[in-house]
Design a protein around this ligand. Structure first.
Ligand SMILES: C[S@@+](CC[C@H](N)C(=O)[O-])C[C@H]1O[C@@H](n2cnc3c(N)ncnc32)[C@H](O)[C@@H]1O
Length: 477
């Protein structure tokens, strides 16, 4: 382990999926961000475990190879117990643009850092990882043989080695132009793998209770990581739906709670979302989902409640609010109302009931969400939510803001050529004060969001890989 104050260099091998959630925010936003915590999943996790995102690498672009400085191997291991964006982490012993550069960098790596892993009682194995090229067995053996100058004294054990080393070669991102020689070559000691298998084991396809808008497992874990959810936290989702976001937080040991305006969803009643099933079964509900994954003890409750009229006493209750608000296509944006609230000019239906369902304008919804979060989050607690965006007109000034909440990251997920949704992460940095003064720009994305909603239909259709039926609903707002 590095002596205190000395940062070891590590190599992260990132998964080539959800690239947008790995990248830092745009330079324009950096001054608004918290020092040392200005990015997405890896940065949030490092700040959770007491590390900072420090890197000499100028740009990450879409490369799967990231060089980071981390204070200790323990922090690196903790990071890997949480990340779904990174595949593996290595202690970086050498790096070069060609084999000669790699070898000279390895020769400069302090011998005292290598020896504990190379001594005669140890067993080891060397693996080769190439990105964007496949090597023959002969080429692989050649590369391993070329490392003979390293003081390996242990025995090779291919099945159960104590230490695993890797040569990682980067042939760039263009599958149509694969260079003869790699752009970069790395050598490192493997430390740990990330949590990519969670994406499969928590897949919505195999989940007990699902709806048309159940959040994808990978994104749910990314959101919980952005929210810095940890053991014994209390996490709230005000638009809980089938509780997809609660599951990821409970997996990380947080107690979870949610509300939704839809009685049927909260009680697991009504029409089923799976093909070949008409009605939901007797035990299709959020609690049963948590039970399916052995997480029932983290279930606090879910209630029918309208997010526009939160029924909470004043106070700070939540360590994180993680949510996917409706934007009116696969689920309607609704709120409860009374006859008095129906705007003039709209004829009252004599048969209307009270409470009636009113449209809930998106700008009101995000404004309420930020005010509610600023009031009920603990200091340092995080709000993580999706903001739908009509890309041709989007500017960063349009992201809703609140004086008590600081923007941590703003990552785009493209949905179609004109639409995207942005994963917004904010942190409570000040005691609550009511915020009534809306930024005029904040109204704009909401108008666009209605356009986005319209266009996401196609995307939704293409992405409903969970065997859901697709039921388009009318945009009410
Ligand atoms: C995008 S879905 C959430 C999906 C959820 N993340 C999941 O994994 O199933 C949005 C939810 O917000 C609910 N909703 C709409 N208007 C609401 C309101 N005014 N208050 C509370 N919930 C509302 C809808 O019923 C819907 O279940």
């Amino acid at each position: 382990m590095a002596p205190p104050g000395i940062l070891n260099r590590y190599l992260l091998l990132m998964a080539q999926e959800h690239l947008e959630f790995r990248l830092p925010v745009s330079p324009q936003y950096r001054p608004l961000l918290l020092a040392g915590d200005d990015g997405a999943e890896i940065k949030s996790l490092l700040s959770l475990f007491g590390g900072q995102f420090i890197s000499s690498q100028e740009t990450y672009g879409k490369s799967p190879f990231w060089i980071l400085s981390i204070p200790s191997e323990d922090i690196a291991r903790n990071l890997m117990k949480r990340t779904v964006c990174a595949k593996s982490i290595f202690e970086l012993w050498g790096h070069g643009k060609c084999p000669e550069e790699l070898y000279s960098s390895l020769k400069n790596y302090p011998a005292e850092k290598m020896v504990p892993f190379l001594h005669s009682d140890s067993t080891y194995k060397i693996k080769i990882h190439t990105f964007n090229k496949t090597l023959t067995q002969e080429e692989k053996v050649k590369r391993i043989d070329a490392l003979e100058f390293l003081p390996f004294e242990g025995k090779v054990n291919l099945k159960k080695p104590q230490h695993v080393f890797s040569i990682l070669e980067d042939y760039g991102l263009d599958p149509n132009h694969i260079p003869e020689n790699p752009h970069n070559i790395y050598f490192g000691r493997w430390i740990a793998d990330g949590q990519r298998e969670l994406i499969e084991s928590y897949s919505v396809k195999k989940r007990h209770f699902i709806g048309n808008t159940s959040m994808d497992a990978g994104l749910s874990f990314i959101m919980a990581n952005h929210g810095k959810v940890k053991k014994n936290d209390i996490v709230f989702d005000p638009f809980v739906g089938t509780g997809g976001l609660l599951i990821a937080s409970a997996h990380f040991g947080a107690y979870v709670y949610g509300t939704d305006i839809d009685y049927n969803t909260v009680h697991g009643l009504g029409k089923a979302s799976r093909k070949n099933q008409k009605w939901r079964g007797p035990d299709e509900n959020i609690r049963a989902n948590l039970r399916q994954y052995g997480l029932e003890k983290y279930y606090l409750d879910v209630l029918v409640s309208d997010a526009s009229k939160p029924s909470w006493r004043k106070g700070t209750y939540f360590d994180a609010i993680i949510t996917d608000p409706p934007y009116g296509i696969r689920e309607s944006t609704r709120r409860t109302g009374s006859q008095k609230e129906i705007p003039k000019g709209i004829e009252k239906c004599p048969e209307s009931h009270v409470p009636v369902s009113l449209s809930y304008h998106l700008s009101d919804m995000f404004f309420d969400l930020l005010n509610f979060s600023a009031e009920t989050l603990v200091l340092g607690g995080r709000l993580v939510y999706w903001l739908p965006v009509y890309t041709p007109e989007y500017t960063e000034e349009m992201v809703p803001w609140h004086p008590c909440l600081k923007l941590i990251s703003n990552c785009e997920q493209k949905l179609s050529s004109h639409t995207s949704r942005r994963l917004i992460t904010m942190e409570k940095v000040k005691e609550f004060e009511v915020w009534t003064d809306r930024h005029p720009e904040c109204e704009k994305p909401m108008e666009q969001a209605q356009k986005t909603a319209q266009q996401t239909v196609e995307y939704s259709r293409a992405n409903l890989d969970s065997g859901c039926k697709f039921e388009e609903q009318k945009i009410l707002a």
